[in-house]
Structure formats: C-alpha cells, structure tokens
Design a protein around this ligand. Structure first.
Ligand code: F6P
Length: 343
C-alpha cells in the first residue's frame, strides 16, 4: 500500500506531529508514504516524493509543516481536478490522508466523490470544523493568546488603558472566547454574537466607575459591528476558496480608536496575527495530532475512506466527510455566557 499525505490551508503547531504519526503508523504496516508538497497544489503539479523514517524524525515538537502548505482549491478549475486525479494514478497512490480545515476537507470530500480513497484529519486554529470537539492547532493558538493576555494585563493596568486584542477567527469565535475566558478578558466580541462598539464603550466606562481603570477587550478578526461600514471589495482579492484577507480589515484598530474617541480613555490595539500559528505545539496538540494521525491510517487499513477522524469526548471516531464539507462549527454559546460572568 502506498499513501500520500498533505497539509492544506493555514499552518498550525501540530501539523508535523500529525505527519509523523501518519508516517510512523504506515511504516509499521510496511506501507510506503509519499509526502505531497504545499497542500493540493502538490497533487495538481505532481510535486511529491517519498517520506522516509529519517524525514519524520525530530519533528514532533516543531511548528509549521515539513510538507509546506497552500490555499489551493483544485475543485475550482476542471483542469486542476483532472490533473489531481491523473497524479493519484500515475504516482500509484492507493489513498490520501489530507490534514486541514474546512476548505481542505471539502476538497477531500470532492475527490472522494470522484473515486479517490481519502481520509481527513481536522486542523485549524479556528477550531471551526464540525463534528469534532478539537482541531489540531487550536490549543496551541489559544495558549499563545492566553500568554499574551497575561502580559497585556500588567501594562494595561499600569497605564490605565483599554487594550484591544485582535485574535484570529474568521467565521467562529472559538479563539476569542476560549482565549478570553482563560485569559480573563473584560469583553469578547465574536462573529456569532452581534454587539455594538457602544456596548463595549459602556462596559469600559462602567468598569472605570467601579475603580477598574483598565480593560482588556478581545475582538475576533471576523467580529461585526453595525457602526462599522465596510465593503469586502476594499479588502482586495479573494483566495481560491472565496475568503478575503481579514488582516487588511483592521477591526481591532477601529474598535480601539472608537473607544478612545467615544470615552476619552486611552486605548491601544495589539494584533496577535500569525504569532498564534507559530511555535511548538502544546502537550494537548501533540497528543491530538498523534492520535488522529494514527487513527487515519488505521481507517485506511480497514479499507474505510471518505471519513474524517474526529475527536469527541476523548474518543477518536470516524465521521463521514459529507457531514463536514461546506459547514462550520460555531462557538459554544454556553462558553461565551460563561466568559460573560467574569466581565
Ligand atoms: O486558517 C484560518 C486562519 O487562521 C484565519 O483565522 C485567518 O483569517 C487566516 O487563517 C489567515 O490566513 P493567512 O495565513 O492566509 O493570512
């Protein structure tokens, strides 16, 4: 048996741990492993080569991905899709393991519908892949957010400022809610729950009146405010999956500026950006990536494909890719309400 493995979409800590787990379990079964470079792009271009035991040695704790990644969508152009199908054949790939978020897994589903044996592994720091409690990379990203909030608390309190912290989270506010909850945020704004900048300002003022002369406001990059008029066109070209670049939106800076103008309290913004995707994976992500990677190969061993290996209640279980494709898992509103108790 010869399997191909690829990582697609934004990188996160834990991808190498997952590649290592896929490869090691495959080697144990005497299978060959082909590393496909730069996500689906490598499958289109036939950019791939054998992964040997030495290639996956010493990478468990290393961030990024030894395979590279990209936001390539081979389902967009028929020609790209045909090149993928041809390369699966010509490189003798019996099956694929696709490690990625909702976009990568939707492509995996599309290829599976066209006869390719694929198993998906969920990774995204946004944690918004449906049917799994956790995605690889989320815990590491949120740990970075919590460390940042701890540091920002001291400087915010020393200068009596409102500190707006913009975190990633395009459609779902998992990073903002879990990071804000664990880091003691004084307000959290997320895409799923509408709120106004006025509400935030009022909150900052109320805290000031109670003697709390600083505030930490966590804003997900995808949070929307009725007061902020914007058009997607201003954010430039969309990627192959139709997403605009939210770093160009600068919603954190807008909120900080508005707080200062409306309340008179000094405000600053910190955009955590790609720092959230860097560094070593946490203990949780290493374990998760290892369990999911091995489980993906074990599914293929049973000739099961068209599934994603999901993590549910500390169990690893298979879920059909068709239940994942094109869907997003919104934040758990109970967690959001829990965080609000501490505002
Ligand atoms: O992949 C998800 C994500 O982390 C989003 O939260 C964010 O908008 C995006 O990646 C940024 O990606 P890029 O690396 O292309 O700037």
């Amino acid at each position: 048996m010869r399997i191909g493995v690829l990582t697609g979409g934004g990188d996160v800590p834990g991808l190498n741990a997952a590649i290592r787990a896929v490869a090691r379990r495959a080697f144990q079964l005497d299978w060959e492993v082909i590393g496909i470079k730069n996500g689906w792009l490598g499958l289109i271009e036939g950019d791939m080569g054998p992964l040997m035991p030495d290639d996956v040695s010493g990478i468990l704790h290393v961030g990024g991905t030894i395979l590279g990644t990209s936001r390539t969508n081979p389902l967009k152009e028929e020609e790209d899709l045909q090149r993928c199908l041809k390369n699966v054949d010509s490189y003798g790939l019996d099956a694929l393991v696709a490690i990625g978020g909702d976009d990568t897994l939707s492509v995996a589903h599309g290829l599976h519908q066209r006869g390719v044996k694929v198993v998906g592994v969920p990774k995204t720091m946004d944690n918004d892949v449906p049917e799994t409690d956790y995605c690889i990379g989320f815990d590491s990203a949120v740990t970075t957010v919590v460390e940042a909030l701890d540091k920002l608390h001291t400087t915010a309190s020393a200068h009596h400022r409102a500190m707006v912290v913009e975190v990633m989270g395009r459609y779902a506010g998992w990073v903002a809610v879990v990071g804000g909850l664990a880091g003691g945020a004084d307000f959290i704004a997320i895409p799923e729950v509408p709120c106004t900048i006025d509400e935030i300002c009022q909150h900052v003022k109320d805290r000031w009146a109670r003697g709390r002369r600083f505030s930490i406001i966590v804003v997900a990059e995808g949070a929307k405010f009725p007061e902020v008029k914007e058009s997607e066109e201003e954010l430039g070209e969309k990627d192959a999956f139709g997403h605009v670049r939210l770093d160009r939106r600068g919603i954190g800076a807008t909120v900080a500026r508005e707080i200062e103008e409306r309340t008179g309290f000094e405000s600053r913004v910190v955009v955590l950006g790609h720092l959230q995707r860097g560094g070593s994976p946490t203990l949780f992500d290493r374990l998760l990536a290892t369990r999911l990677g091995v489980a993906a190969v074990d599914l293929l061993k049973e000739d099961k494909h068209g599934y994603m290996v999901a993590y549910k209640g500390n169990e690893v279980v298979p879920v059909e890719l068709e239940r994942i494709a094109g869907r997003i898992k919104e934040v758990d509103l109970e967690l959001y309400e829990l965080a609000r108790i501490f505002y």
